[in-house]
Design a protein around this ligand. Structure first.
Ligand code: GUN
Length: 290
């Protein structure tokens, strides 16, 4: 069993991005600039946005944080999106999800200029990705594919089972894995899937993106499979400084001994998601998608 070290690969990618940014600056080009919009004070969202800002600093990007309280109106938020769309200094921006219940997430996402949609959530980017055009690909699916490629995991002709059909992970990942670059035969499983355990056992590559801690047990994994754990459920812990710890969707101790490769939580997919946003921001700043 080989542990897939997402932290190490993400650090390498960060160095590659930092080197490109340094070169851009040397040549008198612009400094990539990412803005993040954060509504309210959800603990998870606060943490993720703080990481995004910190990551920008680490590679030499500019960053801006725009904060609103929970009671911001949809109109106010849409006005800010419009302002960011028209701000020439901002290359890309994200609106951290989830948004409060009185705001329509989809309406906000659709208001983002696709050319600045470094999350890859806009229907135009999703559509472009589906038909293989240059597109901003959302960070987690992009990061997973990059991680498998950098570990030389054979994907061609393999059965890939993805458990979870979210718009930001499972569904876009299913498209990427089925495309010519990866050549997998893909099955997307979800809460209504019949014989889920048996289906999972048929997977050469099993991706757990359910959001249910330790859902995938040892008896659901084929001997020699590659297992990618996308879960990041925050659970209370008195053993960490923050008072929280992350739990994956895979029962690691049972599953790991059966795998050829497995991503740990933390230190697997999470760091790849973070660096993929930087990757997209650099693409935006250098007009490589549109
Ligand atoms: N909430 C959870 N993941 C993400 C993400 O990748 N981007 C945004 N904007 N919100 C999220």
């Amino acid at each position: 069993m080989e542990l897939i070290d997402g932290k190490k690969v993400a650090a390498e990618m960060k160095q590659e991005i930092a080197a490109k940014v340094a070169k851009l600056k040397e040549q008198g080009g612009k400094t990539p600039h990412l803005a993040a919009v954060l509504v309210g004070h959800d603990g998870g969202s606060e943490t993720y946005v703080a990481y995004k800002i910190k990551d920008c600093e680490a590679v030499g990007f500019k960053s801006s944080l725009v904060r609103f309280e929970d009671d911001v109106t949809e109109e106010e938020l849409l006005a800010k999106v419009d302002e960011l769309n028209n701000d020439d200094d901002i290359d890309g921006f994200i609106v951290q999800l989830p948004l409060p219940a009185h705001i329509n997430d989809q309406k906000v996402i659709e208001a983002i200029n696709p050319k600045k949609d470094v999350d890859g959530f806009h229907p135009e980017n999703l559509g472009r990705m589906v038909i293989g055009m240059p597109a901003f690909v959302s960070a987690t699916p992009f990061g997973i594919v990059e991680l498998l490629n950098r570990y030389n995991v054979e994907t061609s002709g393999k059965n890939c089972v993805i458990v979870g059909r979210s718009n930001i992970v499972g569904r876009p990942l299913s498209i990427l894995m089925s495309q010519k670059a990866n050549n997998c035969t893909v099955t997307v499983a979800h809460s209504r899937t019949k014989n889920l355990e048996e289906l999972c056992r048929s997977a050469d590559i099993l991706v757990a993106a359910i959001g249910s801690p330790e859902f995938v047990k040892g008896n659901m994994v084929k001997e020699g499979a590659v297992v990618v754990d996308v879960g990041t459920t925050r659970v209370k812990s008195d053993k960490t400084k923050s008072g929280w710890k992350l739990k994956g969707d895979v029962l690691f101790d049972e599953v790991a001994p059966r795998c050829s490769f497995i991503t740990p939580v933390p230190g697997g997919v999470g760091p790849m998601t973070r660096v993929s946003l930087l990757h997209n921001t650099l693409l935006a700043a250098t007009n490589q998608i549109y």
